[in-house]
Design a protein around this ligand. Sequence first.
Ligand SMILES: [Zn+2]
Ligand SMILES: [Zn+2]
Length: 128
Amino acid sequence: MTERNTRQKTAVATVLAEARTPLTPRDIQVRARTIVATISQATVYRILKGLLEKQDVTTVQLPGEPPLYEQAGKTHHHFFRCRRCKQMYEVQGCDNLIDRLVPKGFTLEDHDVFLFGLCRTCTGEQSA
Ligand SMILES: [Zn+2]
Ligand SMILES: [Zn+2]
């Protein structure tokens, strides 16, 4: 592996580690460019593919939208998606809520929850 490849990989890993919300490959490229100026979209995709295979990164799949990427191994969380500004916000603390939905005799293995609506900023703009 060349030194340039390593620097690009490190840049993508750094962007993902510092991100507070899941990112599109385009977001990742824009941010990675502040670290390695020449990184291309194709390179970002290639690095993401490698990270996915190693399970260092996971995808967040909103219905009908291309996948977003976030660092693997974060504490359990979900997302609130603002329909107006498209911003994603992490939401914590779903545990008991979900367990109560499971029918008696069923075994829950996994779940995925997305909340949709308006964020605080957009709610404020609407009422103003
Ligand atoms: Zn908003
Ligand atoms: Zn949950």
